[in-house]
Design a binder for this molecule. Sequence first.
Ligand SMILES: Cc1cc2nc3c(=O)[nH]c(=O)nc-3n(C[C@H](O)[C@H](O)[C@H](O)COP(=O)(O)OP(=O)(O)OC[C@H]3O[C@@H](n4cnc5c(N)ncnc54)[C@H](O)[C@@H]3O)c2cc1C
Length: 404
Amino acid sequence: MFAFEEWHAALEMKLYLHRFIHQIHGLPDFSTLKFTRFNQYESLVLPLVTWLRERGVVFRYDTVVTDVDFEISQDSPEKQATSIHIIEAGESKRVDLTADDLLFMTIGSLTENSDDGDHGTPAKLNTGPAPAWDLWRRIAAKDKAFGNPDVFGAHIPETKWESATVTTLDPRIPRYIEKIAQRDPFSGKVVTGGIVSVMDSSWLMSWTVNRQPHFKKQPKDQIVVWVYGLFPEAVGDFVKKPMQECTGEEITQEWLFHLGVPVDEIPELAATGARTVPVMMPHVTAFFMPRTHTDRPAVVPEGAVNFAFIGQFAQSAQRDCIFTTEYSVRTPMEAVYTLLGVERGVPEVFNSTYDVRSLFKAVTFLRDGAEFKLPGGAPVRRFAHKHIENNVVGQLLQEFGLVE
Ligand SMILES: Cc1cc2nc3c(=O)[nH]c(=O)nc-3n(C[C@H](O)[C@H](O)[C@H](O)COP(=O)(O)OP(=O)(O)OC[C@H]3O[C@@H](n4cnc5c(N)ncnc54)[C@H](O)[C@@H]3O)c2cc1C
């Protein structure tokens, strides 16, 4: 829930609360979060790509899918994808499909048109053509069951934020991190355990240090930090500029300021003590935009014989929520099982929202441990207590500290 902003959909927030109700008790110290050993590219993407290659999967890089043709007729409920239009290494091509070729399309993308700056250069906000969104726009124009991409992809001011990766080179900086995290950043164990939100930062800056080294080849004396700001157009507290206009060095200055580094040491430490890469992501929270049920197409639209929509902008029949890798795993499972008639259910998400113990525990932590004060005077309270003191409900309420 680290990326919700005030204008985003309350519905998604509600779905998150149901999906992760068992994590509420971990909010004070993020003790329930799980992390990969290294960064997600080395821990998840590379092993998966290697595994798939060994099984004959072919990845085609430098290739943009520009359009998909469908056979859709008024006389038949069936819909079939008939060809894919691509530009491969600058050359336009068409790949024809039969009813037996299966097409799984990722529509939209949170990282589309992301731009990297560097220590001396700000990241640019790219508002130009976005192939992932344009592909979905062309597809959506062909059938009303294929969703409304502009609900998500046409609101860059509401869906952008900026992040930055800081690599520390000077041993003084990790000491400031340790002061806040209360853990040695070089221990090889969890450091911040989640994000540290800087409550009084005008950029609404947060930062996190995962287990180090974060990259397999990272030198032992360096720490990799992830920083982001939800209000990149606000003027900074130390750097009197909006984050989106800042170089990596200036973002480092602002972060060091909020870490508590003495003001007169900041410019020198930011210039020589770290290397920072800012990244502007125009569409990163596109899926949080307010929507209606039909704005996301079904994973397998009614009548589809050989195609499916997968990823964050397809409407899963499962009880999962977006901005998660899991949603991008569940939607393809659903697509494959449905199109191929596999008699197997997609594994349900953890069912904690139906477990009364998880609900009580969440309530206890949301109330900071405060017991319920039963309304009314002493006779009413005695009456209520009498009715719960010797039964399972009363025992549970007591176990979770909700009544005396
Ligand atoms: C900063 C950040 C932090 C995150 N934190 C978490 C987290 O803590 N936990 C969590 O579970 N998830 C997290 N996520 C979300 C998660 O990473 C994504 O939801 C997931 O990676 C989406 O995967 P995907 O394959 O559906 O789509 P994408 O990763 O968007 O992949 C789509 C791919 O298709 C390509 N593509 C799109 N259109 C075309 C086209 N027309 N032609 C050719 N190629 C095309 C794109 O270039 C891209 O490579 C985070 C994401 C970000 C950006």
